[in-house]
Design a protein around this ligand. Structure first.
Ligand code: PTJ
Length: 265
């Protein structure tokens, strides 16, 4: 028997890093079921590292970006939420709820092609309540210009005016931007090429972002289009990313002062 299959991932709720370990184990389990690519584990670890220096919380800058992102989603004519392995493994139910709340279909789009992955992700999304899932049937896919990777194969994304790309690689963000699409990125790395290329970058952990977007969407659905347009117009992504870096600096300086406060010998 493969020793990995017997590995016990149960973590006591009292563990100080319970939340973080819970999501780490979803990624590991996802990998065993083909949902997550092997490289998805590394991507998750990189994300954890950035989350640490953001204080593992949704910053005010992220909340501003979330508000602008939801407003843009509600205004879009043909929005699409792109789904990769990590996102499907981490937060499938909330992803489906967000998709229904803002009326943006889910399209599976993978960087790492492997036999059985699309089917595995489709099943996870269906189990989470999704009824319409795109990016599944190769006959309906076309190839995007300007992109070499497997992500070039798209369905609804080809015609979309807005694409939300959680945990994306920079190449596709750049390619989608050059095709004049509005891009919403969710990326814990404020310095990634995706973060810099996107129109609206949410520097936050996807597991906190999606529930926050659902709450925000319920609020913003009460206002009219011109109010939504004002929210989008007043959002400055470059400035918001710089504010995020200021918050990281502030957090690290504060840690430098107080990092030993909770340690008792
Ligand atoms: O499922 P696939 O085949 O489409 O592959 C998905 C991954 C994520 C493996 C692929 O897109 C990839 O390799 O991505 P990168 O280039 O490693 O970029 C992932 C980005 O997401 C990095 O900047 C991470 O910091 C960030 N990230 C990782 N975990 C999270 C995150 N951002 C938000 N929330 C997270 N939980």
């Amino acid at each position: 028997m493969n020793p990995n299959e017997t590995q016990d991932h149960s973590v006591p709720k009292s563990h100080p890093r319970y939340e973080s370990l819970k999501f780490r184990h979803r990624i590991i389990e996802g990998m065993k079921k083909l949902v997550v690519a092997e490289a998805g584990l590394i991507a998750h670890g990189r994300g954890e590292c950035f989350d640490y220096i953001l204080g593992e919380k949704t910053t005010q800058a992220a909340k501003n970006a979330i508000k602008a992102a939801v407003a843009a989603l509600l205004l879009a004519q043909k929005p699409v939420i792109s789904v990769n392995g990590n996102v499907a493994a981490l937060i499938p139910e909330q992803l489906v709820i967000l998709s229904k709340t803002v009326n943006a279909p889910l399209e599976i789009n993978l960087f790492y092609q492997k036999e059985g992955r699309i089917k595995a992700i489709k099943e996870v999304l269906q189990k989470a309540g999704a009824t319409e899932i795109y990016g599944v049937d190769p006959k309906k896919m076309i190839e995007l210009n300007g992109l070499e990777s497997n992500r070039r194969k798209v369905e609804l994304i080809a015609q979309a005016d807005l694409v939300m790309v959680p945990l994306e690689d920079g190449d596709r963000t750049e390619a989608l931007k050059k095709l004049n699409k509005i891009i919403i990125a969710v990326d814990l790395n404020p310095l990634s090429r995706t973060s810099l290329w996107a129109d609206i970058t949410i520097v936050d952990n996807i597991v906190r972002t999606i529930p926050e977007m659902i709450t925000t969407a319920k609020e913003l659905k009460k206002i009219n289009d011109s109010q939504l347009e004002t929210i989008v117009k007043n959002f400055d992504n470059k400035k918001n990313l710089q504010t995020t870096l200021d918050l990281v600096i502030e957090y690290i300086e504060n840690q430098k002062e107080h990092m030993f406060d909770s340690i008792e010998f």
